[in-house]
Design a protein around this ligand. Structure first.
Ligand SMILES: [Zn+2]
Length: 251
């Protein structure tokens, strides 16, 4: 893979990268732009009895393997997987987390960083905490070294997708999604890209919830939800997408 300044994605759990911004990652890696990932936890709290035969105490190890597979599927060049406690990042040393993210930015020198915003997508405390540390790490870089910063966002189309997906699965579950009324950059994926993103999501076998199975026979719904990724521009020297459908930094 080509080396050089690229994109750094900072997430909280294995599967955030595929579910949250798999399309954005694919767009960039397919264009030869190196993408690196920081994942703050091993997702050991996400136990749902899957995959068949798995043991709860092995979940951290299982999800580590799943993340490696998904990262390979998305052609992510480097993964930094940390051991902060799943569900407890907000009680950890924020200065330390911020410092470690800062060090990665200093080492990798990405042109753009993508992270969770203060809504955490659906208020997840780990997302909010890692997002806040990412924001501070980026804004504390010297101006000439400072990468652009984007936040994941949820718009009405994505919120409607989740509502329909949960309805189809009939499990009564709902996520308290925070719908933004403003978003700056939207990736609409073509059907091939949606299938590639789905392949990455599918690597996370321990997280195969009922709704994810239920939408399989509904290609239009998958296109609506998986095929649509809105982002907020927090700071950027370039606006919107390039002619190739990449973040403005990569023109
Ligand atoms: Zn997450």
């Amino acid at each position: 893979m080509e080396t050089g300044p690229g994109l750094l994605v900072v997430m909280s759990h294995p599967d955030d990268e595929s579910m949250g911004c798999g399309g954005l990652i694919l767009r960039h890696t397919r264009a030869g732009i190196p993408v690196s990932l920081i994942c703050a936890t091993r997702g050991e709290a996400g136990w749902s009895g899957k995959p068949l035969g798995a043991k709860k105490e092995d979940l951290a190890q299982i999800r580590t393997g799943e993340l490696e597979e998904a990262a390979a599927t998305l052609a992510i060049g480097g993964v930094e997987l940390w051991d902060y406690p799943d569900g407890g990042v907000d009680r950890c040393d924020r200065q330390e987390i911020t410092q470690r993210i800062w060090e990665q930015i200093t080492k990798l020198r990405p042109k753009a960083v993508v992270g969770w915003g203060p809504d955490g997508g659906y208020g997840h405390p780990d997302h909010i905490a890692v997002g806040a540390c990412t924001d501070i790490a980026v804004t504390s870089m010297a101006e000439g070294d400072r990468p652009a910063l984007y936040h994941l966002a949820i718009d009405q189309q994505v919120a409607d997708f989740y509502k329909e997906a949960f309805r189809l699965s009939g499990d009564g579950q709902q996520l308290p999604l925070v719908v933004q009324d403003r978003f700056d950059v939207v990736f609409d994926l073509d059907p091939d890209e949606v299938m590639m993103k789905l392949r990455a999501i599918d690597c996370h076998r321990s997280q195969l919830e009922e709704w994810r199975i239920a939408i399989r026979n509904h290609p239009r719904l998958m296109q609506q939800g998986y095929g649509h990724e809105p982002y907020l521009t927090i700071s950027s020297r370039a606006t919107g997408l390039t002619a190739n459908g990449l973040l403005g930094e990569f023109s």
